[in-house]
Design a protein around this ligand. Structure first.
Ligand code: GDP
Ligand code: MG
Length: 467
C-alpha cells in the first residue's frame, strides 16, 4: 500500500535538497506537491485540504535548525501529520465484557467480511489466547454459511451452524447462548452484505445489533475503493454505532486513500488491515509505523524490534564500551557484526527494511549478499589474533596465506580489508551521531532497550530522519 504516495513524497523532499532553508516559496511549492500526491492517492478532498493547511502552518512557523535541512524538517512535519491523521496509536479490540465478548462485522458484499471473521478468530486464538466461536447470519447466500464453516475449520474456531431458512436474529441469539454455555471468550458474528447501502439491509443489521449488543462492531471495507470507503463507513456508522474498521485488500492497493481518509471522515479507528487472502494475513493497524512506511523510512520500527530480539546484547555492549574508551574497532568486532547480521536473516532481509533503501538501486543491493557475509567471516577466521587486532600488518605473504586458508583469492582478502577500513572510518564518525542518533530517536519512541546496529554504536543523542 502507499507505493505511489511514497514515491511522490520522496520526490517532494528531494526537491528541497540543496536549499538552505524553508521559505514562503519553497513551502508553497512543496505543499502544492503534497496536495497533488494525496489527491492521486485518492484521499478525500476535505481531508487533503486540512492536511495541507496543517503542514503549511507548521512549516511556516518552523525554525530550521542549523543541523537540519528543509527536507528533514518537512518530512518530520508530514510524518507527524500523517500519524495524527491516522489516529496516533493502535487501537486494540475492546473485549472487556462479560464473556462471550461479541464482535459483529458489517459491510458491503465482497468487502471481505467472512474472510476477516476467520482471520480475526485465528488472531484472537493465537495472539490473545482466546477461545472463539463464529456464526454466519448471511442467510441469503447458502454458500456463505459453508464458506465460514470451511474457514472456521482451517483456523480451528468453533463453528455454530446455521441454515438459510432461519432469521438472522434467531441465529445470532442461539449462537450467543451456545457460546455462553461453552464458556467461549469471544463470539464473532458474520453478517450479510449488499452491493450498495440499502434500507432493508440497514434495518436488518440494526435489529441484529440491538438484539445481541456487541462490544465491538467492526466495519469491513475494501481498501481499493479509496475515498468511497470512508463515505460508506459513514453511512454505516449512521445506522450502527461502529467501534472500528477492518481495511481489507491493502495488499492490492497502491494508493492508500482509504487508510488516510477513514479516520477523519468517520472518527472511527482502523483496527486491522487485511493484507492477503490467507487467514494469517491480518495485521493490527499502527498509524506510526504506517506513516514511517509512507515516507520511505522503511519498516524501521519492525527492524528495531527484530534487532532487539536477535542481537547479542552482551557483545553489543562490550563493543560500545570499547569504542567509548577510545579503543579501535578491529577485525574481530567486524566479524562479530557480520555474524549477527547473518543471524538476522542476512543483509538482504535487513536492507529492505532500512530507511532510504527504496532509493538504492537493486543492482547495488544485490552486491551485498549473504554468501559474501559467510565468505568474509571465513576470511577473518583464517587470520591470526594479532592480524585481527592490527590489520595493518596484513601484507603480501600474510594475504596469500589467509586467502588459501579460507579458500578465496587474494583480491577477496583485499576487498574485505577495504570494507573493514570503511566500516572503521564510519565507526569513528558514528561517535558524533549519524545513524546511531537516528536509531536512538526511533528507539526512544519505542521505549525499549537494545542497540543498533548489530555490534553496537557508541551512544549519541536526539532523533532524526534519514534525509
Ligand atoms: P464478504 O462478501 O464481505 O463476506 O467477502 P469475502 O470474505 O467472501 O471476501 C471476498 C473476496 O475478497 C474473497 O475472494 C477473499 O479471498 C478476498 N479477500 C478478503 N480479504 C482480502 C485481503 O485482505 N486481501 C486479498 N487480496 N483478498 C481478500
Ligand atoms: Mg460473506
Amino acid at each position: 500500500m502507499f507505493d505511489n504516495l511514497s514515491e511522490r513524497l520522496g520526490g517532494v523532499v528531494k526537491k528541497l535538497r540543496g536549499q538552505g532553508r524553508l521559505t514562503d516559496q519553497n513551502i508553497k511549492d512543496a505543499t502544492r506537491e503534497v496536495r497533488m500526491a494525496l489527491l492521486e492517492a485518492d484521499v478525500a478532498l476535505p481531508v487533503v485540504r486540512s492536511f495541507v493547511d496543517q503542514v503549511k502552518e507548521k512549516a511556516l512557523g518552523e525554525e530550521v535548525a542549523k543541523s537540519l535541512t528543509p527536507g528533514q524538517v518537512l518530512v518530520k512535519i508530514v510524518h507527524d501529520e500523517l500519524v495524527a491523521l491516522m489516529g496516533e496509536a493502535n487501537e486494540a479490540l475492546d473485549l472487556a465484557a462479560q464473556p462471550p465478548a461479541v464482535i459483529m462485522v458489517a459491510g458491503l458484499q465482497g468487502s471481505g467480511k467472512t474472510t476477516s471473521v476467520a482471520k480475526l478468530a485465528r488472531w484472537l486464538r493465537q495472539s490473545r489466547k482466546k477461545s472463539v466461536s463464529v456464526v454466519s447470519c448471511d442467510v441469503y447466500r447458502p454458500a456463505a454459511i459453508d464458506q465460514l464453516r470451511t474457514l472456521a475449520a482451517e483456523v480451528e474456531a468453533d463453528f455454530f451452524p446455521s441454515t438459510g431458512d432461519q432469521r438472522p436474529l434467531d441465529i445470532a441469539r442461539a449462537a450467543l447462548e451456545h457460546a455462553r454455555r461453552q464458556h467461549k471468550d469471544v463470539l464473532i458474528v458474520d453478517t450479510a452484505g449488499r452491493l450498495h447501502v440499502d434500507e432493508r439491509m440497514m434495518d436488518e443489521i440494526k435489529a441484529l445489533h440491538a438484539g445481541i449488543n456487541p462490544v465491538e462492531t467492526l466495519f469491513v471495507v475494501d481498501s481499493m475503493t479509496g475515498q468511497d470507503a470512508a463515505n460508506t463507513a459513514r453511512a454505516f456508522d449512521q445506522a450502527l454505532p461502529l467501534t472500528g474498521v477492518i481495511l481489507t485488500k491493502t495488499d492490492g492497493d497502491a494508493r492508500g486513500g482509504a487508510a488516510l481518509s477513514i479516520r477523519q471522515i468517520t472518527g472511527k479507528p482502523i483496527k486491522f488491515l487485511g493484507v492477503g487472502e490467507k487467514t494469517a494475513a491480518l495485521e493490527p493497524f499502527h498509524p506510526e509505523r504506517m506513516a514511517s512506511r509512507i515516507l520511505g523510512m522503511g519498516d524501521v520500527l519492525s527492524l528495531v524490534e527484530e534487532v532487539q530480539s536477535k542481537v547479542d546484547h552482551e557483545k553489543t555492549q562490550k563493543l560500545a564500551r570499547k569504542l567509548q574508551k577510545g579503543k579501535g574497532f578491529d577485525l574481530e568486532d567486524f566479524r562479530d557484526q557480520m555474524e549477527q547480521m547473518a543471524n538476522m536473516g542476512g543483509l538482504g532481509a535487513m536492507m529492505d527494511k532500512l530507511p532510504g533503501m527504496n532509493e538504492v538501486p537493486d543492482h547495488v543491493k544485490s552486491q551485498v549478499n549473504d554468501k559474501e557475509i559467510t565468505r568474509s567471516i571465513a576470511i577473518v577466521n583464517s587470520m591470526t589474533p594479532k592480524e585481527r587486532r592490527f590489520p595493518n600488518i596484513i601484507k603480501g605473504s600474510r594475504k596469500r596465506r589467509i586467502a588459501s586458508g579460507s579458500g578465496v583469492q587474494v583480491q577477496d582478502v583485499n576487498k574485505l580489508l577495504k570494507q573493514f577500513a570503511q566500516m572503521q572510518k564510519m565507526m569513528k564518525k558514528m561517535k558524533g551521531g549519524g545513524m546511531a542518533k537516528m536509531m536512538r530517536g526511533l528507539k526512544g519512541r519505542l521505549g525499549g532497550p537494545g542497540g543498533f546496529p548489530p555490534g553496537g554504536m557508541p551512544p549519541g543523542g536526539g532523533g532524526g530522519f534519514p534525509f
